[in-house]
Design a protein around this ligand. Structure first.
Ligand SMILES: Nc1ncnc2c1ncn2[C@@H]1O[C@H](COP(=O)(O)OP(=O)(O)OP(=O)(O)O)[C@@H](O)[C@H]1O
Ligand SMILES: [Mg+2]
Length: 249
């Protein structure tokens, strides 16, 4: 049985009078990786940002329904929505503190004072993000001194410290080299055992390597959704096929 954790119904998003997303109905299955692909400007980032209401911070207006475990996110406290549905952007934004403090920031904010618990948290999430071995002797180093790929993994580790169920990633590897990209992909494949992952990517090879489900978007609409193998090898919609063929060349 498929377990659906997040579902949109008739989701529309507009900026001012301009409608950007139209009538998106999609279900995200728990502990799966869903990749969203589509041409630049089709609304992938807008869609991702709508899923935890971040789009509202950018002036976007949401209509329709987004249900998390069956509850409309509009009826949930915003902090709960943002903590449960974490988000990671293309360019990692580390806090201007040490690696240690980046990871203890949220736990301390939510009241944790016990030093050994905080130490445990740091180790636990750095391990989950596949960064621990590289930084374990330098936890007090300024996080901004990490490489781009390490910063991206740190931001993902930090996102995990508030116990999300879903992680949204918007082109997290587009500024990274092959080695760092491979690190992130390996980490995501491990994280999906515990979390549900939605990733926007321009890199179709990446979507093929890691995604269970692929969504093809065009002009603010969802054109096609299906198992990754099927969408890539035998897309149902000619628009999907055209995009995939175009991206191959
Ligand atoms: N804050 C904003 N205010 C007004 N319009 C916006 C805003 N953000 C995005 N848009 C518009 O919404 C449309 C979708 O943009 P979006 O960033 O979601 O596309 P995208 O598919 O993520 O593109 P890319 O692949 O280039 O990242 C574009 O036409 C864009 O100009
Ligand atoms: Mg985008």
């Amino acid at each position: 049985m498929k377990e659906i954790i997040l579902k949109t119904e008739n989701l529309c998003v507009s900026y001012g009078k301009v409608n950007i997303l139209s009538n998106i109905d999609i279900s995200f299955e728990k502990n799966k990786i869903t990749a969203i692909i589509g041409p630049s400007g089709c609304g992938k980032s807008t869609f991702l940002k709508s899923l935890n209401r971040t789009v509202e911070e950018y002036g976007g207006k949401i209509s329709g329904k987004i249900a998390l475990d069956g509850t409309d996110i509009m009826d949930m406290p915003l902090t709960k929505v943002r903590n449960t549905i974490g988000m990671v952007f293309q360019t990692p934004v580390v806090f201007p503190f040490s690696i240690y403090k980046n990871l203890t920031y949220a736990p301390i904010y939510y009241g944790e004072k016990n030093k050994s618990k905080l130490d445990e948290t740091v180790v636990k999430y750095l391990k989950k993000a596949g960064l621990y071995e590289e930084v374990k002797d330098n936890l007090n180093m300024d996080a901004s001194r990490l490489s781009g790929g390490q910063q991206q993994r740190l931001v993902i580790a930090r996102c995990l410290t508030v116990n999300p169920e879903i992680i949204l990633l918007d082109e997290p590897c587009s500024a990274l080299d092959i080695k760092n990209t491979a690190h992130i992909e390996k980490m995501l494949l491990e994280l999906k055992n515990e979390y549900t992952i939605v990733i926007v990517t321009h890199n179709l090879a990446q979507a093929k390597r890691i995604a269970d489900t692929v969504i093809y978007m065009e002009s603010g609409s969802m054109v096609e959704e299906g198992p990754a193998d099927t969408v890539f090898s035998n897309p149902a919609d000619p628009r999907t096929k055209e995009y995939i063929d175009y991206m191959k060349n």
